[in-house]
Design a protein around this ligand. Structure first.
Ligand code: KG4
Ligand code: ZN
Length: 333
């Protein structure tokens, strides 16, 4: 990859993030989390998120440039997430990146947040992006994708209702845990018995690569009034096991069906320790190669946006300034 220096910005939801890439090397990555702010309301209020991006973005960019040891004048291209996400949040990052690109007379790149997650497991690997079956599990999306090469993706399946992370967050809320539910359910599940409650594994045996998690959430809700001797850790562990079982089984089946022997896990839910453990064991048993990014690259960050921007630049791609945000942007058209 050429030694182009890119400043990437990510403001699609509730993290204000910036990163500097030089070629395929990450020079710095900063994330200002809004989690404490949204914990007060038990979820993200779009208006609050966008106002906070506005306040946080400038200092985050300044810190990121300083950590990379570069000045704004050293940046060769400016990239930002253009979707999917919250409109009022996406607007902040893209406006700043476009403004900087115009002021510095440098190219702009509009980046798909989902492509950022999708390719993050390849970041820092010697081979770069390779053919694989990819599972993207975040707060907003649950996708199974066949990667043929950079920019060539085939959607195999997706959730029909709630995303996996959304299910974790809603169940966390039902159980009275702080926002976001995912990491808290994961932490409490460590002391629980995953076999204690036999929660439904929706669509486990369906003849497709789609998912459904809303029935599972409902099952937890109906169980709550009659918990009896079932402890909170047992509920967390049993719920988590049901989610993980379906994600692992369908991904393995997709690997079999496509013949792809590399599995790439990404998105916030891929931080889940039980998910990683089960995927590691299943991949080892079948001789598959498992790629999963370090946790800081799994949740929302700008390094993954910078990585896609660097790949696009290496392929001679930039975006016109007329590219608008798209809150419903898809990975595959
Ligand atoms: O990728 P991400 O940071 O943002 C989106 O693009 O949505 O994912 C956030 C999601 C949240 O639903 C959060 O609860 C979930 O990832 N998450 C986890 C864990 N860490 C984050 N879910 C389960 N176990 C975890 N350890
Ligand atoms: Zn995300």
């Amino acid at each position: 990859m050429s030694e182009v220096t890119v400043l990437a910005i990510e403001t699609s939801c509730d993290e204000t993030a910036a990163a500097v890439m030089r070629g395929d090397a990450l020079l710095s990555s900063e994330v200002a989390s809004q989690i404490p702010l949204h914990a007060l309301t038990g979820g993200v209020v779009p208006e609050v998120a966008s106002r906070n991006h506005l306040r946080a973005l400038r200092p985050v960019i300044t810190r990121t440039l300083a950590a990379a040891g570069v000045a704004l004048a050293d940046i060769d291209a400016f990239a930002a997430t253009c979707g999917p996400g919250l409109a009022s949040s996406l607007m902040i990052g893209t406006s700043v990146a476009k403004g900087l690109a115009v002021a510095r007379r440098k190219p702009y790149l509009a980046i798909n947040h989902l492509e950022g997650h999708l390719l993050s497991p390849f970041f820092g690997t010697a081979e770069g992006v390779r053919p694989a079956v990819a599972l993207v599990v975040s707060g907003g999306h649950t996708l199974l994708v066949e990667i043929e090469a950079f920019g060539k993706y085939r959607l195999l399946g997706q959730t029909q209702d709630d995303a996996a992370g959304e299910a974790f967050d809603k169940v966390g809320k039902l159980l009275g845990l702080p926002y976001p539910g995912g990491p808290n359910v994961n932490r409490i599940a460590a002391d629980g018995d995953a076999m204690r409650v036999d929660f439904p594994r929706s669509m486990l045996h369906s003849d497709d690569f789609d998912f459904s998690f809303s029935g599972l959430k409902t099952a937890v809700r109906y169980l709550l009034p009659k918990l009896g001797g079932i402890s909170l850790p047992d509920v967390c562990a049993s719920f988590q096991e049901a989610v993980v079982d379906v994600l692992v089984a369908k991904t393995l089946r997709a690997s079999e069906a496509t013949g792809r022997r590399v599995i790439a896990l990404s998105g916030g839910v891929s931080c889940n320790t039980r998910l990683r453990e089960k995927f590691r064991a299943a991949s080892a048993a079948r001789g598959l190669e498992l790629l999963v990014a370090e946790p800081a690259l799994c949740t929302d960050n700008a390094a993954m946006i910078g990585y896609v921007a660097a790949l696009k630049l290496a392929h001679g791609e930039t975006s016109p300034l007329s590219v608008d945000i798209d809150p419903n942007l898809r990975l595959v058209a």
